[in-house]
Design a protein around this ligand. Sequence first.
Ligand code: AMP
Ligand code: MN
Ligand code: MN
Ligand code: MN
Length: 281
Amino acid sequence: MPTALNADLHSHSTRSDGTLSPTLLARRAHANGVQLWALTDHDEADGLDEAAAAARDCGLRFVAGVEISVSVGDQTVHVVGLDVDAADAVLRDGLQQVRAGREQRARRIAAELERQVGIGDAYAGAVRLAGNPALLSRTHFARLLVERRVCASTQEVFTRFLTPGKPGYVAHAWATLRDAVGWIRGAGGHAVIAHPARYHFTSTEEWGLFEAFTELGGSGVEVVTASHGSGDQRKYAGIATEFGLRASRGSDFHSPLESRCDLGRLPPLPSGVAPVWELFA
Ligand code: AMP
Ligand code: MN
Ligand code: MN
Ligand code: MN
């Protein structure tokens, strides 16, 4: 498969914090010219069967994926698993554990929003907006505050309320990097560090993250993704080469109304990197 393949290996459905069903995502990916597509819901593999069937119906090559929330120091890092066997029991148990903490966290987010900024009933509101009651995300709170006209955009809600140091941010312990990479590899998949430019590590800490990830058997890094500018693409292409990692490409599409980048509408991988999709079965 050529480097120029229109691969989109990062997207979200209503099984996590996306607004389209797996079926509608498959059709949209196909209509947008995607040639290889992965659904990668947060901490959840339940949408993959529907996605695979819908992709088959429109003749789109599909890869089963997941995006696992991981704690590294006091930060959250996302690890995308690609080409996983979604039926793998250890992976499923691991994802179940990661999801389990979300309900309690959501109750605490709602309590803090009420206590610190007087926003009431946010827990029930977020549950109503969640397509999957097991997966309450900050994104559902963000949509609720837009619906209630507290903010004009979900981006504004994150900036004002839901990021570290802001009133509705609640620290949370997710999976360890070792567990997440282990579950993905155990399920026959390839682990990829998602959107690395979004983290707030010092360069020494970032180097340490890639060293640990590589030692644990991680396979790749997202080089081309919606939140990366061309400087980020160059930087992480360099990191991929430095650590012997494969390069991935994915829009991180969540919603036609909210996402900056539609499915498949991304620049190609820079030349010189090895595409992660060459590893797929
Ligand atoms: P959670 O896993 O519940 O903590 O939610 C994380 C999700 O929130 C991410 O996957 C994004 O979809 C969304 N998100 C995080 N930061 C922002 C931001 N600054 N603006 C918009 N959405 C964001
Ligand atoms: Mn998300
Ligand atoms: Mn992410
Ligand atoms: Mn994502």
